[in-house]
Design a protein around this ligand. Structure first.
Ligand code: KG4
Ligand code: ZN
Length: 343
C-alpha cells in the first residue's frame, strides 16, 4: 500500500436513493462534488424501491467519479484514500458503494475506510463557513432519523434524545403522500404549506411536554389522515393541512432542540440531515436564537441532504486520527447505531 500522507480523499455515498461523490483535500478543502438523485425514478412507486436504487448506483458511481476528478483536475492516481458509506442504509445500495470503493482502493493500492452515514451528517456543518466549534448540539433530522446529539469531537457523540417511532422526514413524507404529493414529499409539502392559512387547522404536538428529549411522529400522520377524510381536498384545504402538519413537526423540533441547549448549557446548535433544508424550521430556530443568545449553524443546502462531500470529509477527519482499515475485505451495516459505532 502507498505510504503517503493521506491528502486527497474520494467520498462515495450510496446509502439510499442518492449517489454522491466528492473529493476532499486535507489542506485545500472540498475540491469537487457531484450528486445523482433517483427521486424521479422512485416517484413512480411512491417511495424508494431498494433493488432499483442499487442498480442505479451501479450505473452512476463510476461516471460521477470521473466527473468529480475532471472538475478537480485530478487523475485517478492522485487519490490517496477512499471513504465510503458503510451504513446505516439499504443493504444493496450500501454494497454498491462499499464494493466500488474497496475495489478501486485495491486497484489503486490505497486505503479504504467505511463511514457512518450519520457521522457524515453530523460533521457536515464543519464544511461551511462559519463552522461551529466543539462542543455543540446537533439536531439530526433526516428521512430515517430524528436525534439530538451532543458532539464533543470527531467520534465523540452522546445521544440525548431520539424519535420513538417515525423520523421527522418520514412524518413530512407520509403527510405529503396523504396530500397526493410526489416523493420525496418533504420539500413538496413545505412548498404547498407556504400557501396555507395558519389558523385553519391545529394538529397535535406529540411529546412536546414529555419532559425528555425524545420525539414521536407516528400519530401525526393519523391526524393528517383524519383531516384528509373529513374535508374535501380542494387546493386551499390541501395547503392548509400541509401548513398545519409542517407547523406541528417544526414546533416540536424547535422546542426539543432548545431544551437540549438549555439542559447542556451549550450555545451552539447544528442542524443536519435533509429536513434541515426546511425554511420554516430555519426561520423559527433563527428567531429563537436571537431571543436566547445561541448560534445556529446549517450546512449549505446541498450538504443538508445526502451527499458525497460529507462522506469524503468525515473520512478525511477520521483518517487524521485513526489508521485506515487493513485490507479490502468489507462488510456493510444496514442497521448501525451511531452510539455503538463510537464505543
Ligand atoms: O438526509 P436525507 O437526504 O436522507 C436521509 O434520510 O438520510 O433526508 C431526506 C429527508 C426526506 O424525508 C425529505 O422529505 C426531507 O429530508 N426533506 C425535507 C425538506 N427537504 C428534504 N423535509 C422538509 N422540508 C424540506 N425542505
Ligand atoms: Zn442522510
Amino acid at each position: 500500500m502507498k505510504n503517503l500522507s493521506l491528502q486527497l480523499i474520494l467520498g462515495i455515498e450510496s446509502s439510499c436513493d442518492e449517489t454522491g461523490i466528492a473529493l476532499y483535500h486535507q489542506e485545500r478543502g472540498l475540491l469537487a462534488h457531484a450528486l445523482h438523485t433517483q427521486a424521479a425514478m422512485h416517484n413512480e412507486y411512491g417511495g424508494v424501491v431498494p433493488e432499483l436504487a442499487s442498480r442505479d448506483h451501479i450505473q452512476r458511481a463510476l461516471p460521477l467519479i470521473r466527473q468529480v476528478l475532471g472538475q478537480a483536475q485530478c487523475e485517478m492516481n492522485d487519490i490517496d484514500a477512499i471513504a465510503y458509506t458503510r451504513g446505516p442504509g439499504l443493504s444493496g445500495a450500501l454494497l454498491v458503494g462499499a464494493s466500488i470503493g474497496c475495489a478501486l482502493a485495491y486497484a489503486l493500492d490505497i486505503p479504504a475506510i467505511g463511514i457512518h452515514h450519520l457521522e457524515g451528517h453530523l460533521l457536515s456543518p464543519l464544511l461551511s463557513d462559519p463552522a461551529p466549534e466543539f462542543p455543540f448540539i446537533a439536531l439530526l433530522v433526516s428521512g430515517g432519523h430524528t436525534q439530538l446529539m451532543r458532539v464533543d469531537g470527531v467520534g465523540r457523540y452522546t445521544l440525548l434524545g431520539e424519535t420513538l417511532d417515525d423520523a421527522a422526514g418520514e412524518a413530512f413524507d407520509k403527510s405529503a403522500k396523504l396530500l397526493g404529493l410526489s416523493y420525496p414529499g418533504g420539500p413538496e409539502l413545505a412548498k404547498l404549506a407556504t400557501r396555507g392559512q395558519a389558523e385553519r387547522f391545529k394538529l397535535p404536538r406529540p411529546m412536546l411536554h414529555s419532559g425528555d428529549l425524545d420525539f414521536s411522529f407516528s400519530g401525526l400522520k393519523t391526524a393528517v389522515l383524519t383531516l384528509t377524510k373529513q374535508h374535501s381536498l380542494d387546493d386551499q384545504t390541501r395547503a392548509d393541512i400541509a401548513h398545519a402538519a409542517q407547523a406541528a413537526i417544526v414546533e416540536v423540533l424547535v422546542s426539543k432542540a432548545l431544551s437540549a441547549l438549555k439542559q447542556t448549557g451549550l450555545k451552539q446548535l447544528v442542524i443536519a440531515g435533509g429536513v434541515g433544508a426546511n425554511q420554516r424550521l430555519r426561520s423559527q430556530l433563527n428567531a429563537a436564537a436571537e431571543r436566547k443568545g445561541i448560534r445556529v449553524f446549517y450546512p449549505a443546502l446541498e450538504f443538508c441532504t445526502d451527499n458525497g462531500a460529507m462522506i469524503a470529509f468525515a473520512g478525511a477527519l477520521r483518517l487524521r486520527q485513526q489508521a485506515p482499515q487493513k485490507g479490502y475485505a468489507f462488510d456493510i451495516k444496514p442497521r448501525w447505531d451511531l452510539q455503538q459505532f463510537c464505543n
